[in-house]
Every structure is written in C-alpha cells, then in structure tokens.
Design a protein around this ligand. Structure first.
Ligand code: ADP
Ligand code: ADP
Length: 239
C-alpha cells in the first residue's frame, strides 16, 4: 500500500467556489512527487489538507495505513510528527538562533519559547548538528536566523522538518522566493532526502522545468482539478 493515498478530496472556502474538486493521487515511500499548476490552482490548499491544517469537505486521506480524517486531536498530533512541513517564507522564529529553530521542530511550531537549548538532551542537539552539517550550515548554528540568506534560512527550515524523523515532507513552494543558485541547492537537498533517507517529498512548484528535473512523478492542478498525473518523462512529452 502507498504511504499516502488521497481519494475524492474536495474543498470549498465559500459556497459555490470549489477550490479542490474530487482529487485522487498517491505517493509511495521515498518518492519525489511534484504538484504543479499556476497560482490559484489549489496547490497550497491541497498540501494543507493532507495534514489537516485545513479541513477538507469530503474525501479520504490515508497516511501510513490510517485514515487521517477519523483521527482525534491527540492522534493527529502524533501523525503530524511523521509529516514535516517546509514553507515558501521559511516560517522561522527570526530572533532565535539557527540551532534553536531546528530544535523548535521537536515542539511543534507555534511555541515561542526562548532559551530552549537547555531543554534538549545531548542526543537531540547532536542530531540537530548532524542535520545542519548535512545541509552545510553548521557554522551558522549560533547565529540568529534573520542574519542568514534566504537559501540558508530555507535549509534551516528543512532541518527543522527533518528533526522529527518524518516519513513525509510537504514543501509549499520552497524555492519561490529564492535565486536560481539557492533553488538548485534546496532542490538537490530535497532530492537527496528521498534517495538517502527514504523520506517521501511532496513539493508544490510552479516551474515545470524544475518538476521535470527532480520528480519521480508529477501531478498537475488547474482550477482545483487534477489535469495531469504521470512521470516526469510523460510531463516532458505533454508540453
Ligand atoms: P495555489 O497554492 O495553487 O496558488 P491556493 O490553494 O493558495 O492555490 O488557492 C486556491 C484558491 O483558493 C484561490 O482562488 C485562492 O484565492 C483561494 N483561497 C485560498 N485560501 C483561501 C482562504 N483562506 N479563504 C478563501 N479563499 C481562499
Ligand atoms: P503563509 O506561508 O501562507 O503565510 P503560514 O505557513 O505562515 O502561511 O501558516 C499557515 C498555517 O500553518 C498556520 O496556521 C501555522 O500555524 C501552521 N504552521 C506553520 N508552520 C507549521 C509546521 N511546521 N507544521 C504544522 N503547522 C504549521
């Protein structure tokens, strides 16, 4: 069975305006899946429905053999530790250091604790450093996040998502605010996460060429409808 199976997902924010209509797709363990489509297509809404940051109106989302629609709040919290998130605008706490932001991922994301380093075990700190090193930013560990470039901040965002040992990472336009060089670095890292750690990445993108170069499979959304589902090669042929 696929790690993630989505069936008949439908969402409206207002009556008569369907933002997602009867969406079906799946993602396998270790797969790199891109969701492409123009602005307003519903990509961000779709991604947020997957971990119930947004509640869908209808449809089933089966993640790791559980239908996440049926989960109670505390069960959902547990499932969310298996699902990391990466955002276009990084969503770091600017006045905290890099290492504090990464460790913040252990708490869930809305706490604004300061001086949190003392709350973590040596193993947890070691794991945070391991991830920072893997993403090539360990020398910035004690800098405030707002002193880093956009590309470096996005690497911190990826480390924060990874510290929970997720099975799935949802990335909402992770490179839309970055220059071409930083974008390549970030996409290369996301790809290596799938290949080396077997983590599934679902990445919202609006650049078709980037989706073609990195994805195992691609789904295309337009006006809330699934308009394409296939391999990167099939995507190339259809453009
Ligand atoms: P994308 O990520 O592809 O740009 P979104 O999921 O952000 O698309 O938006 C899809 C549609 O839903 C757009 O028409 C957008 O205006 C609308 N939308 C998104 N969020 C909300 C909201 N909170 N309330 C009402 N409409 C929304
Ligand atoms: P935008 O990037 O479109 O401005 P945000 O990403 O800031 O919107 O926030 C959208 C929602 O996601 C918020 O309700 C926020 O609490 C939640 N959120 C932010 N980061 C995470 C995370 N890492 N995991 C789960 N939920 C998060």
């Amino acid at each position: 069975m696929a790690l993630l199976e989505v069936q008949g997902l439908t969402k409206s924010y207002q009556a008569n305006v369907t933002v997602l209509q009867d969406i079906h797709f799946h993602a396998e363990a270790g797969e790199f899946l891109s969701i492409i489509g123009p602005s307003g297509a519903g990509k961000s809404t779709l991604l947020r429905c997957l971990n119930r940051l947004i509640e869908a109106d209808a449809g089933d989302i089966t993640f790791d053999k559980k239908n996440i629609r049926d989960l109670k709040r505390n069960e959902l919290r547990k499932v969310r530790t298996d699902i990391g998130m990466v955002f276009q605008h990084y969503n770091l706490v600017p006045r905290l250091t890099v290492i504090e932001n990464v460790l913040h991922g252990r708490f869930g994301y809305k706490s604004t604790l300061q001086g949190i380093l003392g709350l973590f075990s040596e193993e947890e700190k070691e794991r945070a450093f391991f991830l920072l090193k893997k993403l090539g930013i360990e020398e910035h560990a004690y800098k405030r996040c707002d002193q880093l470039s956009g590309g470096q901040q996005q690497r911190v965002g990826i480390c924060r998502a990874l510290i929970q040992n997720p099975k799935l990472i949802l990335c909402d336009e992770p490179i839309a605010s970055l220059d071409p060089h930083s974008s390549k670095v970030i996409m290369d890292y996301l790809k290596s996460i799938t290949e080396e750690m077997g983590i599934t990445c679902i990445v919202n993108l609006h650049q078709v060429d980037v989706a073609q170069s990195y994805s195992d499979r691609v789904i295309g959304l337009n006006s809330g409808k699934l308009v394409f589902e296939g391999s990167a090669v099939q995507l190339t042929q259809s453009f």
